[in-house]
Design a protein around this ligand. Structure first.
Ligand code: ZN
Ligand code: ZN
Length: 376
């Protein structure tokens, strides 16, 4: 039993009286369906909603059994038989969840039974989120870039404007869900689940003759290329959200979001540590011992000069402020410069002699002595 039935005045929708004959109903429907057929007004959302409403009303009233049931439910409903939920202030609900569906047009147009044309439109639906991924050069990830993403998505079929019906034919209200697009299934036990109707796949309408282009689905796969701005400072593996760049919403619902997973290619020289950039620079033995001022490359900028103090051990890290990746707040992180003392692997004769004289002059005893201190 479709709870939404009692909220709607199908007679009014078709512009007929409560005692209209079957042929009056058919006549009224044909005229309205012709006037409001989506083919006649492509892209007109209001006409499409109206058409759906007309089709739904006809689907119920043209079936003697359903019409009888509907009349009984309406009579009970208007006489207050459905509890107080409809007139109280607590009965607001959105969506198609059955029961309690109180919409604003009730407030504005006078409660059922009274005058006021009531147009009930399909519920707003948020567009689906989309997922994509992209691979960036290291530099582009640091500075931000614009990438082209080829997205495929589902849009209303351009031939039938989403109705799924062959040109010149008219969709019918789905007999299974009676136009709601939802069906209730018992999932073993006391719980029931509401899910999209599997006859009409949630559209509420079925077609007898399918559109040749979309074969009745009403949807068309489309692919478009989108320019997407990737903010500065993204990291490898990061998933960024681009609000409103997903599938278009339906019936005034918001667009979905686009999520882009970013892969960043490694750089030959630089690495990342959070927002900081890292670089390892070789220094010679004498630079480490005697101290030196060395030039260090930066990403996309002029080299910076770093003072390596006398007596710098291997592996010490220096910080070049503001030479890293941009942070969210617009400031820039640092470049972490780690020195790596080079050992001459093939010393010349002169170098060898110099190191030998260093050895002879060295005054520090055994550097490993502390390892054995306190031992045996
Ligand atoms: Zn259905
Ligand atoms: Zn189509």
């Amino acid at each position: 039993m479709n709870n939404e039935w009692f909220e709607k005045d199908f007679y009014k929708v078709l512009g007929i009286s409560k005692d209209a004959s079957a042929s009056d109903i058919k006549k009224a429907y044909r005229k309205l369906a012709r006037d409001h057929h989506p083919d006649a007004k492509p892209g007109d959302k209001a006409a499409e909603d109206k058409f759906k409403e007309i089709s739904e009303a006809y689907g119920v009233l043209s079936n003697a059994e359903k019409r009888k049931e509907y009349d009984e439910q309406r009579a009970m409903f208007s006489s207050g038989g459905f509890g107080g939920g409809r007139t109280g202030t607590g009965g607001f609900g959105y969506g198609q969840s059955g029961g309690g569906g109180f919409d604003f047009s009730d407030l504005l147009g006078g409660v059922f039974g009274g005058g006021g044309a009531r147009t009930r439109s399909a519920p707003a639906r948020r567009g689906a989120d989309l997922e994509s991924e992209t691979t960036l050069a290291f530099e582009d990830a640091i500075s931000g870039t614009t990438v082209s993403l080829r997205m495929s998505s589902d849009e209303p079929c351009p031939t039938c404007h989403g109705t799924g019906a062959k040109a010149g034919t008219v969709p019918r209200v789905c007999p299974r869900c009676e136009g709601s697009g939802m069906q209730t299934s018992a999932s073993g036990g006391v719980f029931t689940m509401t899910e999209p109707c599997d006859v009409c796949r949630g559209r509420g309408l079925v077609v007898d003759e399918a559109c040749d282009t979309c074969h009745g689905s009403g949807r068309a796969a489309s692919s478009r290329t989108m320019q997407v701005r990737i903010p500065a400072g993204v990291k490898d593996g990061q998933r960024i959200r681009l609000k409103g760049k997903g599938t278009k919403g339906e019936n005034g619902g918001p667009n979905g979001d686009l999520y882009v997973t970013v892969h960043v290619k490694p750089h030959r020289v630089f690495g990342r540590k959070g927002d900081n950039l890292t670089v390892t620079v070789p220094v010679t033995f004498d630079e480490a011992v005697l101290g030196a001022e060395i030039a260090v490359p930066t990403l996309g900028g002029a080299p910076v000069r770093i003072k390596v103090p006398a007596g710098t051990p291997n592996g010490r890290t220096f910080r070049a402020r503001g030479k890293g990746a941009p942070r969210k707040d617009g400031t820039k992180a640092d470049l972490l410069v780690t020195v790596e003392v080079q050992v001459p692997t093939a010393p010349t004769e002169g170098e060898r002699a110099a190191v030998e004289s260093y050895r002879d002059a060295r005054d520090g005893g055994d550097p490993r002595a502390t390892l054995f201190a306190g031992g045996a």
